[in-house]
Design a protein around this ligand. Structure first.
Ligand SMILES: [Ca+2]
Length: 144
């Protein structure tokens, strides 16, 4: 959006102009600047799978703002499938997966992605694509 370009785009390669079509440096730095300005937490998780137990209580699945610590969700019957700080603020999303409904804890960085596009599916796609790219980079680095 023009207002986002005005407010967040940067001339990272210092060639005197912002080029969001052909300069990878300008593109990556501008997106990073946008995410940073909206509260991105460096090296923090974006989302993590949640497993409801048989007694899981109904919770608000539509709020993107992380408001409750993971330990509160665990008390309500939703456990993370990976080790996470029990004090980390989260919200809970139910998304359709290939095998049916999936529950996901979403965190501050997920919320930040939804400042660009409010769709939880969009934010999840961004996170999963980023993880796939990072895994490919790590694999390429290991092969060198
Ligand atoms: Ca430039």
């Amino acid at each position: 959006m023009p207002s986002s370009i005005r407010d967040f785009a940067v001339d990272e390669d210092h060639d005197g102009r912002i080029d969001l079509h052909d300069s990878a440096d300008d593109i990556v730095a501008s997106v990073a600047n946008y995410l940073h300005a909206h509260g991105w937490e460096r090296d923090a998780p974006v989302a993590a799978r949640a497993q409801p137990d048989a007694k899981a209580q109904a919770v608000d699945l539509n709020d993107l703002t992380p408001k409750f610590p993971l330990e509160q969700f665990e008390a309500w019957g939703y456990a993370p499938l990976q080790p996470l700080d029990p004090g980390r603020l989260a919200s809970l999303q139910q998304l359709e997966g290939p095998a049916g409904p999936e529950y996901w804890f979403t965190f501050q960085n997920f919320y930040v992605i939804t400042r660009y596009n409010r769709s939880p599916l969009y934010a999840m796609a961004v996170d999963q694509l980023a993880q796939a790219i990072a895994a490919g980079v790590a694999q390429a680095d290991a092969a060198r």
